[in-house]
Write a protein that binds this ligand. Sequence first.
Ligand code: PHE
Length: 445
Amino acid sequence: MAKKREQWSSNFGFLMAAAGSAVGLGNIWKFPYVAGHNGGAIFLIFYILILLVIGIPILIAEMSVGRATHLNSIDACKKISPRWAFVGAIGFLASFVIMSYYCVIGGWVLKYIVTYILTDKINDPTAFFNNFCSSSIEPIVWLFIFVALTALIVMNGISNGIERISKIFLPLLFVFIIIIAINSLLLPGASKGVKFFFVPDFSEINGIGDIGKIFLSALGQVFFSLSLGMGTLITYGSYLDKNANITKNAVSIPVLDTMIAILAGLAILPAVFAYNLEPGAGPGLIFQVLPTVFANMRFGRFIAILFFVLVFFAAITSAISLLEVVSAYFIDHKNVSRNTAALGSSLAIFIMAFFVSLSFGVLGGFKVLGMNIFELFTTLTDKILMPIGGFLMCILVGYIWGIPNMLKEISSNGLYKTKFKTGISVTIRYIAPALILLIFVFSFM
Ligand code: PHE
C-alpha cells in the first residue's frame, strides 16, 4: 500500500477534467430540449437556483470526501464509516451502467463524424439512423473503438492521460460550440428557436402543479449534468493536492457546465427552428433532426463535422470519468496495475454495452417491465441509482462524517476561509436530501 497516489499536475488540469466529466451528452441532447419544453427562462432560473443551493454544496461534499481519504469511491465511503461502503458501491454500479449506454452513443457519434468526412450529406437521416443503429455489426465496431479510446486514455493515468486529454478537448469543444452557435444565430428565422429556448410559454403553465414539474425537471437535470451521486467527483477529488481550493473549483465546474449547456441550446435550437423542424430530446435530436439542418445549411458539411467532433469530445471526457470510477477501485483495493484495471473494466463494460447496442435491433423485442435494455438502463441510473446515491451522500457527509470534518477539509487546514458555512450545512443536512426524496417519489407518480 506504499504506492504513491497519482495527482493532477495542476488545478487547471483538474478543473478541465472535472468540467469534462460534467459536460456531456446531457448538455447537448437533453438540456436544450428540456429547457425549451419546461418554460424556457423559468426553467433556467430554477436550474441556476438549484445549482447554487444544492449542486454546489453536493459538489463540495463529494470532492472533500475524495480529497480527505485519497481513495476510490467505495473505499472512501468505507473509511468514513465501514458500514457505509455501499454508498460508494451504488456510485460504482451506476457508473458501470451509465458507461454501458454512453459508449454505444459515443460509437454512433464516431460513425457520424466519419460519414460526414466521407460524404457531403445524409439524405434521409431517419432511415439512415434506423438502419445503422439497428444493425448487429457496424455499431458494435464503433462501440468497440469508442471503448478502446476511453481505455487508452485512462490507462495513461491521471495527469498523463485524463488530464492531458481534457486540457485539449474541453477548450476545443468550447471554441467549436461558439462557432456553431454564431452560425445558427445568423440564420434567417433563428429567433423562433431563441424564443423557444428562453421565453416562457405561459399557456403551457397551468397552475402550481406545472411549476412543480418544471422544478423537478431542473433538479434532475442538475444532478445528471453535474455527474452527482456517482462517485466521479470523489474519485477525481482523491487525486487533488491538499492545497487545492475545493470551494473555488465547486463554483467553476457548474459555471462552465451551464455555459456550455446554454451555448448548446443556442447552437441547436435556432437552427432547428430556422428550418421549421421540431426539436426532440435524446438520440433523435442529434442523429435525425440535425442532419436535415446540416443538409440545408451553407457549409453544412463542415458544421456537421465540427458538431459531431464536439459531441465526441463531450462524450469521451465524461466516459473517462466513469471508467476511472470503476478502475480506481481495482487499482486501490485489489492492488492491480492501472493497465489491468482499465482494460478489465473496459472489457466488462464492452460486454454490457454489446447488449445495449443490440437492443436497438435484434434484441429490441426483449423487454423487462415494458422497457428494452437501453431504456431499462437509463431509467435505472436516472431515476433510481443517481437520486439514491445523491441522497445517501448527503446523509453520509451531513450526519456520519459530519459538517465540521468537511469544513476542515475544504479549508485546507486553515489555508482558505469558507463563506456560507451555515448555508452549506443546512443544504447538505436538510434541503438537498428532502428535495431529492421529492424527485424520487414524484418520478414514480
Ligand atoms: N454529466 C454527464 C452529462 O451531462 C453525464 C455523467 C453522469 C457523467 C455521471 C459522469 C457521471 O452527460
